[in-house]
Each structure stands twice: as C-alpha cells, then as structure tokens.
Design a binder for this molecule. Structure first.
Ligand SMILES: *Cc1c(COP(=O)(O)O)cnc(C)c1O
Length: 357
C-alpha cells in the first residue's frame, strides 16, 4: 500500500486530491450539496430534462414492460425494439442515415475510434479533446498526433508529415472545458481534400446548439454526408448512454468491430426510453431551448459586467484561475455562499489552467 499512500499524500500536497461531493437530490437548479442548500451552476442537465415528467414516466413504463436489465449484449439477447426506435430517432435528429447506441458517450468514442483505427493508422486529435477520445486513440494503437487547439493551419502542416494506411481526424463540436466550438466547415474541407475519416464528438452541443438542439454540425450548417458523429444521451438529453451516427454502412461496421459495443450488456430500457422521450420533446417543443439561452445570456452579461473576459458561444463558461489551489479556494467560497461550481483541475484541463466552469 506504500505507493498508494505516497500518491495520495502527493495529490493532497498539490491540491489535486479529489473527493466526492454528495448531491442531496436530483439535478434541479436549487438543490443541496453535502447538506448545504445551493444553486447548481455546473450540471450538464442543460434543459432540466433529468426531472421532466415525460422522461420519468417513459422510463418507468419501459421498466414495467422490459424490466430493469437487458440480460445480454445487443448481439445476443439484449436487443429490444426500443433500442432500434431510439437509434432511428437519433439518426433523424442528427440528419444521418443510421445510428447506434452505446452505454455511454465514453464508450461511443472508444468504440468508434478503436473500430476505425489500428496500429498502421494515424489519428489527428485536437489537443483539448476529451479523455474518452484520448483513451479511444490510445486503445486503438494508432499513431496519435495532437494538433494545436482549433488550428487548421497547424493541422494541415502535420498532414504533410504523418502518413498511414488510414488517417482519422477527431475533434469535439463544443469543447467540454472551454465552451468554444470547432471550425467544422474548414475541418471538413480539409478532411475531404486529404481523404481523412472525420469524427465529431458533440457531447455538449447535442440538445444545446443549432436548430432544435441538433448540435454544432447543424448550427454551422455543415452537411452530415461523410461525417461520423458521436455524442451522449447523458447531458442535455437527461438520460444515460452514447451514440455514433453516420452512414448505414458505417453503423454496420461499428456493430461488427466496436468492442465497447459488442462485449458489454445492452443499455437498459429505462435509459433508452428516457432518451427517446427527450428527443421527442426537442422535436415537439424546440422552445425548450429558450430558457437555457436566456440563462446563458444572463450569466454572460453578469460576468462581463464584473470584469471577466468570457465568451457566449455555449452554456460552458470557464473562468480560468491558474493554480488548483486558487480554483479550489474560490469554489469553496462560492459554495459557502450557496453556489455549487466545482473547481476543474488537471488532468481534466492542462496544467496552469485550473478553473471554475
Ligand atoms: C461527457 C463527455 C463524453 C462522455 O459522455 P458520457 O455519456 O458522460 O460518458 C464524451 N465526450 C465529451 C466531449 C464529453 O464532454
């Protein structure tokens, strides 16, 4: 146990030790953390759907019909018509031919990337990409080349240097820790010009950006043809799960090659039904997005008036503070005053950029 104790002591010393804060209720705006009543300012529950009556009743009805577990992988006994219905709805929502659902967004990225790239291949990955993308890249065994955040020119220079059997380009739509968006039109042009496989992970854009919350690709009016879209059902859609959306032949390939899809038990009915209900709500009541964006505007105006340089691209607004100690201290002060804004520290963000978000 000695190395473990040393590592824990080391984390504490550097203000990087993590402990779990206990939520005392659901993801509603006014809640309590560790028994302290507070305003929740950091949840990914962008549209309040985790507590929407229609999602709750869809989940309960699904449990009544399908049970709590799925009994097997999608390829054995776990494939319900409910999953297929959800997948058609995701494909319709994202404007693609087909989609396939995973048990989380993390697994969707790991599954898509490992299915598409192997040892002989090169993956070009934005330096600020999410851990699930990074882990998918590592697991694939491909050569990983990180390019400067959102920098199409540096990416182009790297393309001249790195050749492989196949080359993948992977970026987030909305970046999860910075809240900015990728220049998708330019990236898509480059992907076409250089025959790159192009994956866009829109975990934070889905249900948030673009007409009807269709995501960053829709917001930037990019045709989905040739794109591979990944995302999550766990954030704005108020459920749990992930997806890959794209051409029908791609989805067939994923079903046959993505180990995080094949070797795990299928998503439970409650989660699938809740996500399906969320997509129906977005389709029928796109005005549900209005309140979110009013809140974004309000936060943006308040922070700007208080002298913070922030952007209004997405609901993710980072206040970069630098050291983990500083971020922790401010998060602590805010919680005392009734605002829950957790400190985000390395390795979730690069060193020297600890923040409130
Ligand atoms: C949250 C997130 C994921 C993972 O989604 P889960 O459903 O929570 O596993 C993947 N990519 C990005 C960019 C994320 O922010």
């Amino acid at each position: 146990m000695k190395f473990i104790e040393e590592e824990i002591a080391n984390l504490r010393e550097n203000h990087l030790f993590r402990r779990l804060n206990r939520m005392d209720g659901s993801q509603v705006p006014w809640t309590a953390v560790n028994g302290k009543p507070c305003l929740l300012l950091s949840s990914n529950n962008y549209l309040g759907l985790t507590d929407h009556p229609e999602l709750k009743s869809a989940a309960t009805e699904a449990v009544a019909r399908w049970g709590t577990g799925t009994g097997g992988s999608r390829l054995t006994t776990g494939n319900f018509s409910l999953h297929e219905e959800l997948e058609s709805a995701v494909a319709r929502f994202k404007g693609t031919e087909a989609a396939i659902v995973f048990n989380s967004g993390y697994m969707a990225n790991a599954g898509a990337i490992t299915a598409l790239a192997g040892k002989k291949d090169v993956i070009l990955s934005d330096e600020l990409n999410h851990a699930s993308i990074i882990d998918g890249c590592r697991l694939s065994g491909a050569k990983i080349v990180r390019f400067k955040h959102n920098d199409v020119k540096s990416l182009k220079d790297l393309l001249a240097q790195y050749k492989g059997r196949r080359r993948l380009l992977v970026t987030e739509g909305v970046f999860s820790m910075d809240g900015d968006t990728a220049p998708l039109a330019e990236l898509r042009d480059l992907a076409q010009a250089f025959s790159l496989i192009f994956i866009v992970d829109d975990a934070h854009g889905t249900g948030v950006l673009g007409p009807g919350g269709r995501g960053t690709v829709a917001a930037q009016q990019i045709p989905t043809e040739g794109l591979i879209l990944t995302g999550t059902l766990s954030k704005a859609l108020g459920s749990l799960g992930g997806f890959v959306a794209g051409a029908g032949v791609l989805i067939d390939y994923i079903v046959n090659h993505a180990r995080p899809f094949i070797f795990t038990t299928a998503l439970p009915a409650a989660s699938a039904a809740a996500a399906l209900a969320a997509l129906e709500i977005l389709e029928d009541e796109p005005e549900i997005l209005k309140l979110l964006w009013e809140n974004v505007n309000r936060m943006y105006k308040g922070l700007t008036a208080s002298g913070f340089a922030v952007a209004k691209t997405s609901p993710i607004i980072p206040l970069i503070l630098g050291s983990p100690e500083r971020a922790l201290r401010l998060a602590g002060h805010l919680l005392e005053r009734g605002y829950y804004v957790p400190a985000i520290r390395p390795p979730a963000v690069p060193r020297g950029t600890a923040r409130l978000r």
